[in-house]
Design a protein around this ligand. Structure first.
Ligand code: DGY
Length: 323
């Protein structure tokens, strides 16, 4: 029997590409160049399943293409705001994601951002590499203490809980959070985390605010000028979730006005573009969307997509179906 035809939109880790080749009639993307809308449409017309990722905007127009053959989108990523899920549902296209396997890597990255911005690590590196260091002195590059401070989490899903665990049990931080669907009280208690009634309550109380809600229409610009102004002037904003949760222009204004002390970002509104002002600010840490970027995690993400493809082609319910 002919193998199902699968198209993968970007380069994946080698061990997973090898497994794909064994199981499917697969078209890989050796060059790793993002596919154009026309290429994505053609992929949907020629394959049984397409595996897009964070950078592929699977719009209603693309999903609704005439003579579509693909009936499944196996997204490489836990976030799936790159896919118009409503369009997928209306065209009976199954969508899956890759939860759980990237929780620890992304939580580690959120802590990296927190520590970097608190302790001025990026600035310190630039100082050294620029040849400016004249030696140790008592007042040089003093940063913000982390132990004992309050970390506010916006969203309390898997990644936020892993951040809470690290922050509370590893760094002695107090943790507060807001989530419209909060975890059971005993789960929060084990993480040393207390619920707050609103995002605003979290912002007003925290020394560090870390974003862990999904992207998309319901959270677009959740952190706008008004909410940013509620943060303490010595507080830091950390975003390892999705760029469009923060109004990037409002963030620049808040930083310039000294409304907040700094920001540490892994995600941006218009990736890979970034608001130019952020590049110039010493109190801003900027990383290139590295949340899940460990070898182990990226392989596990690929394998998770494989599991979903296998189930789909066996006529079973894919385990990570989101639409
Ligand atoms: C995801 O999986 O949604 C991440 O943003 C990739 O790191």
């Amino acid at each position: 029997m002919a193998k199902p035809k699968v198209i993968v939109t970007r380069k994946w880790p080698k061990p997973v590409e090898l497994q794909l080749k064994e199981r499917f009639d697969v078209k890989l993307n050796e060059t790793d160049k993002p596919m154009s809308d026309a290429q994505l449409k053609e992929a949907l017309q020629t394959a049984d399943a397409v595996c897009p990722t964070v950078t592929d905007k699977m719009t209603a127009e693309i999903i609704g293409i005439d003579k579509r053959r693909a009936k499944m989108l196996g997204n490489f990523g836990v976030g799936f705001n790159n896919i118009d899920v409503e369009a997928a549902k209306s065209h009976d296209v199954i969508v899956t994601n890759t939860p759980e396997v990237l929780t620890d890597a992304t939580a580690d990255l959120a802590m990296t951002l927190l520590l970097m911005v608190a302790r001025r690590a990026g600035e310190g590196e630039r100082h050294m590499r620029g040849g400016h260091w004249t030696g140790w002195r008592p007042t040089h590059m003093m940063g913000a203490h982390v132990t004992g401070k309050t970390l506010g989490l916006i969203g309390m899903g898997r990644i936020a809980r892993a951040v809470a665990k690290r922050a509370h049990h590893g760094f002695g931080m107090q943790v507060i959070f807001h989530d419209p669907f909060p975890p059971e009280p005993e789960i929060a208690k084990a993480l040393g985390a207390e619920s707050r009634d609103s995002v605003e309550d979290v912002l007003k109380e925290s020394d560090f605010v870390s974003i862990h809600c999904p992207g998309g229409a319901s959270t677009h610009h959740l952190l706008n000028a008004e909410r940013l102004s509620m943060m303490k002037p010595h507080a830091f904003l950390i975003n390892s979730a999705r760029g469009d949760v923060v109004d990037e222009k409002a963030l620049v204004d808040a930083l310039k006005a000294g409304e907040i002390a700094g920001a540490a970002l892994d995600v941006y509104e218009q990736e890979p573009k970034i608001t130019a002002d952020l590049l110039k600010m010493e109190n801003v840490v900027i990383l290139p969307h590295l949340g899940s970027a460990t070898r182990e995690t990226r392989i596990a993400m690929g394998e998770r997509v494989l599991k979903n493809l296998d189930a789909f082609f066996a006529g079973q319910e894919p385990p990570d179906r989101v639409a």
